[in-house]
Design a protein. Structure first.
Lengths: 70, 226
């Protein structure tokens, strides 16, 4: 895990995009906290720098929702 | 086996700056075991280079191949066919493999992906220690299987230097004195008299030039008498 984070850092993507949490199957609060933490971190980091200039098409979100519903 | 470590990524990336299409050649023997230059590490390096250069807006085409051994002509000769399609090569073999590959393809820029460190053993997964200096004259028979050339930082052949403190080395107090270990080993085996014999000067002249070994069965062939 540490090594993979190091590889990402060297590549310029940043090591913070990858994390591993150890959570027991019965430990729901810890799971929620981990998801919240990771979500906040990803939001702060922004989209992958490799996707710079690439934006979602206007109707992409709607299509995804339709796919989930069907 | 030969132990190596991957070069800093920035060094490899900087070397690749002038090229658009490169080939990474891995080695499937020693450097695969020490997790430095095998098929998996070739894949990781290729991915890292593509990501890092992609971030700079550059498209790098990376080919990957891992041969059984880069120090053996029969395994690297088959690369002739497609190596010409690439602008440059990175070899993740030890220095031996890199040089052999470079001599076979003299027109192609070739860069090492690893720093070759020593001849050592695999103590545990990911943990390697040096054992041999390839010094041309093995003393292990008279030193109980502990090499004084490698394990003693001063490479002394006739007993300890006198600087050891309670069996620890004066150069690195965290390590045991090699000669104390040799003494204890020979004492346990009941053959202490072996180290009373003075060892002559080490034949350094044999290691001042690139070494050559010709097996006795092949002498006539390579001495040009055949």
């Amino acid at each position: 895990m540490e090594y993979t984070r190091q590889l990402l850092e060297e590549s310029g993507l940043g090591e913070d995009r990858l994390a591993m949490y150890e959570i027991a199957a019965s430990d729901a609060p810890k799971w929620v906290a981990a998801v919240k933490e990771m979500t906040q971190r990803v939001e702060a980091l922004g989209p992958s720098p490799l996707r710079r200039g690439i934006h979602l098409q206007a109707d992409a979100l709607e299509k995804l929702e339709n796919m989930v519903e069907s | 086996m030969i132990i190596a470590e991957r070069k800093p990524f920035s060094e490899i990336k900087d070397a690749m700056a002038p090229y658009d299409k490169i080939l990474i050649v891995g080695c499937g023997t020693c450097v695969t075991v020490c997790l430095a230059g095998g098929e998996k590490e070739v894949g990781l390096l290729a991915m890292q280079l593509k990501l890092a250069l992609g971030l700079e807006g550059k498209h790098l085409e990376v080919g990957e191949i891992t041969v059984e051994r880069q120090c053996d002509l029969e395994f690297i000769q088959p690369l002739c066919g497609f190596i010409t399609n690439y602008d440059a090569i990175i070899s993740t073999a030890c220095g031996v493999g890199v040089q052999f590959l470079a001599s076979l393809y003299p027109k192609k820029p070739l860069f090492p992906g690893l720093n070759t460190t020593f001849l050592g053993v695999n103590e545990a997964m990911g943990f390697y220690t040096e054992r041999c200096r390839a010094c041309h004259n093995c003393y292990l028979g008279v030193t109980g299987g502990i090499c004084p050339v490698t394990m003693c930082p001063k490479g002394l052949l006739n007993g300890p230097c006198g600087g050891n403190v309670q069996g620890k080395c004066e150069v690195d107090p965290a390590r045991a004195c090699a000669w104390c270990e040799i003494y204890e080993k020979l004492e346990r085996q009941g053959r202490l008299e072996q180290i009373e014999k003075i060892q002559p000067l080490h034949p350094h002249d044999r290691s001042t030039n690139p070494g050559t070994v010709i097996h006795p069965a092949y002498r006539r062939r390579y001495d040009g008498h055949e």
